[in-house]
Design a protein around this ligand. Structure first.
Ligand SMILES: C[C@](O)(CO)[C@H](O)COP(=O)(O)OP(=O)(O)OC[C@H]1O[C@@H](n2ccc(N)nc2=O)[C@H](O)[C@@H]1O
Ligand SMILES: Nc1ncnc2c1ncn2[C@@H]1O[C@H](COP(=O)(O)OP(=O)(O)OP(=O)(O)O)[C@@H](O)[C@H]1O
Length: 273
């Protein structure tokens, strides 16, 4: 594949995240509905030697050190390339930033490693970057039926949350999965009705570790969001709105009231990135 190449790394969002068990090695069994957003990082890959340059609003939260997931992805692909990462997503925020970046590097290189999950449980789904039911530890992927357009607002208190710490803080790990057969989602009310019966099982332990998450959820609720919920292991929360102007107006109102937070409106990424 020709270089240089610019590859979007769309944010990952867990519309629902059920934790259904725990293996002896400490990893958890998941059942999740995952979608990808128009907001995201951007990776550019050019001919080598191997290097990483960080730009963008959240670049300061990361170091260009060898264990950055972009460099780990290039090494897994066996390629010496010069990578630029435009970091638009908050770091350690439950929307898959690092996994999305690693997947974008692999896509840009046309690499198909046998075990992308070795870079992180979310990397296989981020490689696909299209709506999926994600099961197992994150490696079992089933495409979702077509989804209606969604208009979201994301809210993050600009406080990082460690994924292992949230899993560790769970008090109950044998929660019910989603139904075996998912219904069709002809419109947003149908999807919202289904999601209302689902959960993010990481939300209660995350709030116990970081009570500000409850403030983000309350702000979304007050702005009229359907289904305010946390994504992944947090702390980013999301809510759904009727249309793009309503989402933008809610994002503006929440940002004005909470100048310290990261707030953005977003839609779903097109099916192929
Ligand atoms: C919570 C999710 O974001 C949901 O999409 C992902 O499962 C986490 O994906 P990720 O950040 O790519 O995860 P990894 O970097 O592989 O793992 C971080 C930590 O999360 C916990 N972890 C992750 C995935 C999984 N199925 N069970 C786990 O218990 C483990 O403590 C692990 O050490
Ligand atoms: N390119 C990268 N972008 C973000 N974080 C990275 C990257 N490379 C390494 N990391 C490390 O990975 C950790 C997790 O960050 P990341 O943003 O992927 O978490 P997350 O959004 O919570 O992901 P998930 O939803 O998959 O749990 C951070 O502590 C960070 O230091």
């Amino acid at each position: 594949m020709g270089l240089p190449r610019r590859e979007p790394a769309p944010a990952k969002l867990n519309l629902a995240l059920h934790v259904t068990g725990r293996r002896d090695d400490g990893y958890h069994l998941l059942d999740s509905l995952v979608v990808f957003l128009t907001v995201g990082d951007v990776v550019t890959v050019a001919p080598g030697p191997l290097s990483l340059t960080l730009t963008g609003p959240f670049a300061a939260g990361l170091a260009a050190d060898p264990d950055n997931l972009c460099l780990r992805a290039a090494r897994l692909a066996g390629r010496d390339v010069a990578i630029t990462l435009e970091k638009n997503l908050p770091v350690a925020s439950g929307i898959g930033g690092g996994s999305a970046d690693a997947a974008a590097v692999l896509r840009a290189l046309g690499a198909q490693p046998r075990r992308p999950q070795d870079l992180g449980a979310d990397v296989p789904v981020c490689l696909a970057s299209r709506p999926m039911r994600m099961q197992g530890l994150g490696e079992l992927l089933t495409p979702l039926p077509p989804l209606p357009p969604l208009h979201l607002v994301l809210v993050n208190p600009r406080l990082a949350l460690s994924t292992p710490a949230v899993f560790k803080a769970m008090t109950r790990r044998d929660n019910a999965p989603m139904p075996d057969l998912l219904p069709d989602f002809p419109d947003a009310p149908a999807l919202i009705g289904f999601l209302a019966e689902c959960r993010n099982d990481l939300q209660p332990p995350a709030i116990a570790l970081l009570p500000q998450i409850a403030d983000c959820l309350a702000a979304l609720e007050a702005a009229g969001a359907a289904l305010p919920r946390m994504s992944g292991s947090g702390a980013t929360c999301f809510g759904l709105f009727a249309d793009a102007p309503a989402a933008q107006a809610a994002a503006d109102a929440i940002a004005a009231e909470n100048p310290g937070w990261w707030v953005t409106a977003s839609g779903l990424a097109p099916a192929s990135v």
